[in-house]
Design a binder for this molecule. Sequence first.
Ligand code: THU
Length: 177
Amino acid sequence: MPLTKSRGIVVFNPIRMAEKKLEFSYEEFTHSSQLNTTDAALLTQAREITAQAYAPYSNFHVGAVALLENGELVVGTNQENASYPVGICAERVLLGSAATIHPNVPIVAMAISYNSKEVKSDHPISPCGMCRQALLEYETRTEKPIKIILSGQKGKVFIINTAFNLLPFAFTKKELK
Ligand code: THU
């Protein structure tokens, strides 16, 4: 119960706060063989494309593959830099290419995988905050949710039906004039 202090006397604050809750559902598979054919193929390619990453500083090789609504595939890998902040994540490399090569074509699904030289690559990782913001912008501008498929080189797979779910309280263009 919220309290306020008035002339040294503690009184109950009549203005009550409302407790709100945000939640979302996602799918978890124990193995990629349980995915539908399209999702499984995207994930296989995301796992393979990690080989194209340039990640000599983190040794954390990320690969992303997207299926566009026009049937085309677009890929991305993380590209690091000796000046660390200059490096760019696989997801944003992909989004930039997709928007440039296939303007205004929605992305139906994106698989993201990784291969680390330092740690086991046996569980899903999820996009960083900056990539979540970029994914959400892409969804908004193409007015289509992106199905996100997450997995390491093996093991569990998570499927999240829209990037919107990854970024609660997102800052969006609605706030700008
Ligand atoms: N990275 C990605 O490319 N995508 C992610 O979802 C997580 C992190 C990259 C950035 C950096 O090159 C390396 O992984 C380690 O953070």
